[in-house]
Design a protein around this ligand. Structure first.
Ligand SMILES: NC(=O)c1ccc[n+]([C@@H]2O[C@H](COP(=O)([O-])OP(=O)(O)OC[C@H]3O[C@@H](n4cnc5c(N)ncnc54)[C@H](OP(=O)(O)O)[C@@H]3O)[C@@H](O)[C@H]2O)c1
Length: 266
């Protein structure tokens, strides 16, 4: 059994485990002999990934095609895992899917982001974390973003939910440490994923090169016991250190300028 498998097996739940970084987590965990429950909305990529992993690694893979924000969805995830010993929860779903000023978003859009990025990770962490605490072992990895580090215009609600994820993970890192459960907030910067391609984000900006999804996933798993927070990639670590040295006003202006540049208002 691999070290990852011993610490975080026998089953992992990946909320948002069909594409991009989520798919990379899945392949790497399967390679370590950990069985998987993968959750995502589109059945096509989900089933394709699951079949490939079963063939390549021989681990068991369950799939659940649902929208984590739908009524009763989180209960369905819990039900699908009711007979499993879940030693690892990764909450990856949650990327920025639009850029517009907060008041120009719909009420439904705002609530959807909060449901996916706040309610989802809080409820699933509460559920699966209890089993881990009882067993005295396990891991929880919540994916956040550099956008959590200060105010960001055009992504206000997204950035605020990612700050929630960071603080939740950091708090649980401290609470669960005496119980043998590792908690990590994985802070990502721009990363090459299908969702970012659909959004039309530039992946080849020399000032902000996109990271490879598998490198991000590998850094996250390697640093699961190195919490509470890990910034993926040298350049993101440098950006985070630079932002930490700014006043809140300067940091908010700097992160908001990213939206201005993307939307051509710079
Ligand atoms: N990519 C970046 O540049 C970047 C930068 C900073 C932080 N991040 C963070 O990295 C994480 C992953 O981002 P991503 O770019 O890969 O995009 P994403 O849209 O979060 O997709 C990741 C996975 O989640 C699933 N998913 C998304 N919404 C879902 C929902 N409502 N219900 C169930 N599954 C859902 C997707 O499959 P389906 O679409 O089929 O549901 C996919 O498998 C996010 O938490 C994001 O905040 C990404």
């Amino acid at each position: 059994m691999s070290e990852l498998g011993e610490k975080y097996g026998p089953w992992a739940v990946i909320a948002g485990g069909s594409e991009g970084v989520g798919a990379c987590f899945a392949r790497r965990l399967a390679g370590a002999g950990i069985h998987l429950l993968l959750v995502a909305r589109k059945p096509g990529p989900l089933e394709e990934l699951a079949a490939g992993i079963r063939d390549a690694s021989g681990v068991q893979v369950r799939t659940l095609a649902l929208d984590l924000t739908a009524d009763g969805a989180l209960e369905q995830v819990e039900k699908a895992a009711a007979d499993l010993e879940v030693g690892l929860l990764i909450y990856n779903a949650g990327s920025m899917d639009r850029m517009l000023e907060f008041l120009d978003d719909s009420r439904e859009g705002v609530l959807h982001t909060i449901s996916r990025n706040v309610v989802g990770p809080a409820v699933l962490t509460h559920h699966f974390g209890r089993g881990m605490r009882e067993r005295g072992r396990g891991g929880i990895l919540l994916v956040s973003s550099l956008a959590a580090l200060a105010g960001c215009s055009r992504t206000a609600c997204y950035a605020a939910t990612k700050a929630f994820d960071q603080i939740l993970a950091e708090s649980l890192w401290y609470e669960l440490r005496p119980h043998g459960v590792d908690v990590l907030c994985l802070m990502m910067g721009t990363t090459h994923t299908p969702a970012m391609e659909r959004l039309g984000m530039a992946m080849d900006d020399p000032d902000n090169p996109a990271m490879d999804a598998d490198v991000v996933a590998s850094e996250g798993l390697e640093n699961l016991s190195n919490g509470p927070t890990w910034f993926a990639g040298e350049s993101n670590r440098a950006s985070a250190a630079a932002i930490a040295g700014l006043s809140r006003r300067e940091a908010t202006e700097m992160l908001s300028a990213v939206g201005d540049a993307v939307l051509g208002d710079a």
